[in-house]
Design a binder for this molecule. Sequence first.
Ligand SMILES: [Zn+2]
Ligand SMILES: [Zn+2]
Length: 370
Amino acid sequence: MAVDDFIKIRRELHQIPEIGFQEFKTQEYLLNNIHQLPQDYLSIHKWHTGLFVFVEGKVGEKTIAYRTDIDGLPITEETGYEFSSTREGYMHACGHDIHMTIALGALSQLVKNRPEDHVLFLFQPAEEGPGGAEPMLKSEIMQRYRPDMIFALHIDPKLPVGTVSSKPGLLFANTSELFIDFKGKGGHAAYPHETKDMIMAASAFNVQLQQIVSRMRDPLSPAVVTLGKMEAGTVQNIIAEHARVEGTIRTIKPDAMIVIKESIENLLKGIEVRYDCETSIDYGANYYMVHNDANYVGKFKTIIEDIVDYKEAPEAMTGEDFGYLLKEIPGFMFWLGVDSEYGLHNSQLKPDERAIDVGIKTVTETIYNI
Ligand SMILES: [Zn+2]
Ligand SMILES: [Zn+2]
């Protein structure tokens, strides 16, 4: 298949973004595409809305796994593309359409030119949430194939096309979502003494929350706790009986995540007593850090140096579901430059499609040589 065929595939996938574990059309599209390839050395397994595709190598001394995520986001597209999302309110705004196309491209190369090693492709649902990597890792199919190493890529809008970056050790942080509800007795604004004001309870929580990072945690173990949304009350003259805050926790070390969660829970116990209310906490999607194996990053750099411009990546406080796979299987993740003015999760993200070809070459060369 030529470069244009893959651009066409990317555009078709771009039109059908689906969120975590709802990737029905996406799965069907991928299957149709994979069924058109020579099937002699392929085994295809459906897993929920995702897929495992196994390529039997000539020798099969080891099994290399390559993972792509397949889900979109609940974002209304504003790119102005002719091939914009056909699903109102949903968009491939994190580049997973590009990721899938690269995986299909690599797969089509491998069936033409069979590798020495076995290769297992993971088309993983629900990267953006609730998280597909951990259940996929525990699945019976994964246990059967037991890959020796695993790698993946993510598009990087800030890097030019033709540039790839990674680093040994920590690439992405440990992250957790945070949703807290405060419930008390509301009432008339003129009779505060007969009510329990949840705006006060949530505000007190917000202020004290910032002391967890500044005063209760080791300064040498970086962490971020951010509240990005707060909602309370109904109208101006009623004391609010409900408040809700939404945020995120990010840490470099896994144990710092546990400590911060315990501190938040203790803080809420105090708020409950002080403001005579009930609170409930939900951590939503949690991601384990992405920790790259230094040895594999070194090999990767040597393999791809002739095809792309390699740069050392900085570590980031963003999260990636891929961390769960790297927790059990050694490997690495790398950034692929797509040069977009607008970033990830932006309604105007426009990755440069020339990066698809670079991605396919980088992934296949790595599979043949790592
Ligand atoms: Zn994303
Ligand atoms: Zn993503």
